[in-house]
Design a binder for this molecule. Structure first.
Ligand code: TXA
Ligand code: MG
Length: 318
């Protein structure tokens, strides 16, 4: 299938919305990463998302909406959920909520669970597309399953070119890490995946949040040990170089002896490092290097999500 390139201009957004309403798959930008979109109410389109990614069907998808009102058609929002949505939407936060009985999102998108994961993205092109489409768009990150998430249209083409109908190019993603996934379907909120909204910001807003325990059964690809993986081995918290390695540097000069250096952030800025992380992992993933080393990244703020992705990228491959 030839994959057509679309811009974020109104005519192209209208074309992308037509394709989605017709059951086709369209990749589109969000402020976190590019999504592989399909009509969430169309079980065939949802099945095609799993097939295009090579994703196991037990891993549920996030459905994207233009605004919180639209989200209310699909999930039961209690006062706490309404409050969180009002504070953080549009933005890099996904809420897991009880499915409404009349919810039209295909059961396959939720992997048969009685909850749905909803997000209202802040990227203007995503908002325009969702408004034009008028339906919830199921969208995992637009990469082959287990690989590095895409933060540009070129990354999407490299991952999925020939497998999807179109790619909407909205430039580089400003945040560069996936959304934070917060489970509000239970009494005490649970952080299912660290992401673009730091845990500290959520805790300030709603108080204590439980962390999904390491021993819990995986609930999705974001919870699987090996994910976001480059082809080369990845070595974390490196304080010295090894023969032939490239390095992702952060905050200060890297130790001597690396074959190449890419700066996540010279000044030690976590937001800048998050925005650069996936693109730089891709850029350094070249056979001329023996591996990729990463300097230590602090665990605070967005550092928690950066370290989560790095640990999964470094985990033994299955
Ligand atoms: O930033 C993002 O979230 C991007 C953009 C495109 O929105 N999307 C994304 O989707 O990262 P994906 O499919 O790569 O990750 C979805 C995450 C997984 O960790 C999955 O386990 C969780 O959401 N999830 C989805 N539905 C769920 C549910 N009903 N209960 C628990 N977790 C759920
Ligand atoms: Mg993903």
């Amino acid at each position: 299938m030839p994959t057509i390139d679309l811009t974020a201009e109104p005519d192209d957004i209208a074309e992308a919305a037509r394709l989605l309403r017709g059951g086709a798959l369209v990749a589109f930008p969000t402020e976190t990463v590019y999504g592989l979109g399909g009509d969430a109410t169309d079980a065939r389109a949802v099945a095609a998302i799993f097939a295009a990614k090579g994703r196991p069907r037990f891993n549920p998808l996030i459905s994207h909406l233009a605004d919180a009102d639209a989200a209310g058609e699909f999930a039961a929002f209690d006062e706490r959920a309404r409050d969180v949505a009002a504070r953080f939407w549009p933005g890099p936060l996904t809420l897991v909520l009880p499915r409404r009985r009349d919810c039209r999102i295909a059961l396959l998108a939720g992997a048969g669970l009685d909850t749905v994961a909803l997000r209202v993205p802040a990227h203007p092109a995503a908002h325009a597309l969702l408004a034009a489409c008028g339906r919830p768009i199921a969208a995992p990150s637009a990469n082959r399953s287990g690989r590095i998430s895409p933060t540009s249209a070129a990354h999407v083409r490299a991952e999925l070119g020939g497998r999807i109908a179109a790619i909407v190019d909205g430039g580089a993603c400003a945040i560069g890490l996936e959304s934070t996934v917060l489970d509000l379907s239970v009494k005490r909120p649970v952080l299912l995946r660290p992401g673009g909204i730091p845990l500290e910001a959520l805790t300030d807003a709603i108080g204590d949040i439980d962390l999904a325990g390491a021993g819990d059964a995986p609930r999705g690809p974001g919870m699987l040990a090996s994910h976001y993986a480059p082809s080369l081995p990845l070595r974390l918290a490196a304080t010295a170089s090894r023969e032939g390695e490239a390095v992702l540097a952060f905050g200060g000069a890297p130790p001597p002896g690396f074959a190449e250096t890419a700066w996540l952030s010279r000044s030690g800025d976590l937001a800048e490092a998050a925005a650069n992380l996936f693109a730089m992992l891709r850029a350094l993933d070249r056979p001329e290097f023996s591996g990729i080393a990463v300097m230590p990244i602090p665990e605070r703020g967005l550092g928690a999500a950066i370290n989560d992705r790095l640990r999964r990228a470094a985990a033994p491959r299955n």
